[in-house]
Write a protein that binds this ligand. Structure first.
Ligand SMILES: C[S@@+](CC[C@H](N)C(=O)[O-])C[C@H]1O[C@@H](n2cnc3c(N)ncnc32)[C@H](O)[C@@H]1O
Length: 414
């Protein structure tokens, strides 16, 4: 299988399984602070319901992580923040003692081995090699799971027929109230604007490369394996889910969609599928790096509309303009801050509540940093800007396939 070869190369490169949060690599700051947190934010309300139910009974939570890699789903779910008050120090939604079983399945032996090294010491963690394109890998009499989880475009590795069969199997295996998280890549991500097609039936896949792990100079010289990835709109996902629902007679209800990483997807800077590459992911990662100042002009989004894609251009232009206004206002605030006599500039007028909140957060942060010692720009103001930009994306995204990731949350009702 082509994807397996590509992941093997990625692990051999080193940056794919290095579990240290850093500026670059698989676990860069954008993945950990932006992407994982957005997934947590949208998933939390549904998990809260399950967790509250479990707390009343004797049984713990059971998670099935499909395409688990090195057990990333375990890391994400076990540290998922609850909606707690700031004054409380313990903010995990799922206490360790409530997690009864985690099963991770993947095709890649290399990744599973890494997962074993990291998490194999937990009795309730179990990794197995399996191929979900043949349906849901299960043992005999295996009890149902509360959550069937995928992350970072894992469902895009499969054909629609394979996903339909997988959902049929999940529908049959799950219990009433189980949640399925289906993670695809978005059809209209700006990262692959060259691949946008008018007739979606003609272009269901992109030829995907994990070449973003390499530096710019190396990227053109190195040959990496490619594999097909299914690009999705919510309509296309709904059709598959409906077909699976009809086949099982089990209600598979899509509770919500969300777009993740609208301007910070990994291919934003490779230019592999877009003639206008920009270092946005690196710049946002730099915002979260302690002790490092970011060159703000490189943080501005240069959105070039594509003819014939009116609604996509409209939404993405609005998002890009809002993003840029917030970055420019921050630049303005810092310039006035340096001129100690001058008061800080007023927040610009806007009808977008999310942008209004961003302006306010930046103004207050810059104002409050006056009395602090150290590099407050690198360590405080920049990470606050990163959080404000993330909030902006979370508020303005519509779950329409306009981000790197298109995620669906599905409930099984029996
Ligand atoms: C995009 S990666 C996600 C990895 C991990 N869940 C994460 O959060 O980083 C997709 C994963 O799915 C695995 N995969 C792809 N096709 C698969 C299949 N048919 N059966 C099992 N695993 C598969 C790959 O080996 C890879 O680890």
């Amino acid at each position: 299988m082509k994807a397996n070869e590509a992941y093997k190369e990625a692990v051999a490169h080193g940056r794919y399984s290095e579990h240290v949060r850093s500026l670059r690599g698989k676990y860069d700051h954008v993945r950990v602070v932006w992407e994982d947190m957005i997934t947590c934010f949208f998933l939390r309300p549904y998990l809260e319901t399950i967790v509250n139910e479990k707390k009343k009974g004797k049984e713990g939570l059971r998670f099935y992580d499909l395409g688990c890699g090195t057990g990333d789903g375990y890391q994400l779910l076990s540290t998922l923040p609850a909606k707690t008050r700031l004054s409380e120090h313990d903010n995990r939604l799922i206490p360790e003692e409530l997690l009864e079983h985690y099963k991770g399945v993947d095709l890649s032996i290399e990744l599973l081995k890494e997962g074993e090294n990291l998490l194999g010491h937990y009795d309730h963690v179990n990794f197995c090699k399996g191929d979900f394109s043949d349906g849901l890998p299960l043992e005999e009499n295996e009890p149902p799971y509360d959550l069937y989880f995928t992350s970072y475009g894992t469902f895009s590795h499969c054909t629609d027929e394979e996903i339909e069969k997988l959902l049929v199997d999940i529908g049959r295996h799950a219990h009433d109230g189980s949640i399925v998280v289906g993670d695809w890549i978005g059809r209209y991500s700006y990262e692959w604007q060259n691949q946008w097609a008018q007739d979606i039936h003609k272009q269901p896949y992109i030829d995907y490369k994990i070449n973003y792990l390499y530096d710019d100079e190396q990227r053109d010289e190195i040959e990496v394996s490619s594999f097909p990835m299914r690009v999705m709109t919510p309509q296309e996902v709904s059709e598959i889910v409906d077909r699976a629902s009809q086949k099982t007679g089990v209600d598979l209800e899509i509770l919500r969609f969300f777009d993740r990483s609208v301007f910070v997807g990994r291919h934003m800077e490779t230019g592999t599928y877009n003639d206008n590459p920009q270092p946005l992911r690196m710049m946002v990662s730099s915002l979260f790096e302690p002790g490092l100042r970011t060159y703000f002009p490189d943080l501005l989004v240069d959105y070039r509309p594509k003819e014939g894609f009116a609604w996509q251009n409209r939404i993405l232009s609005t998002m890009a303009n809002s993003w840029n206004t917030l970055v420019n206002y921050t630049i303005d605030l810092l310039e006035h801050y340096d001129n100690r006599g001058a008061s800080l500039p007023r927040e610009p007028e806007t009808s977008l509540p999310a942008l209004k909140k961003g302006f306010k957060a930046m103004r207050i942060t810059v104002e409050a940093s006056r009395e602090l010692y150290g590099d407050v720009r690198a360590d405080l103001i920049e990470s606050q800007l990163g959080l404000a930009l993330r909030s902006l994306e979370m508020s303005l995204q519509r779950g329409m396939g306009l981000g790197h990731g298109l995620v669906s949350v599905i409930r099984v009702t029996k």
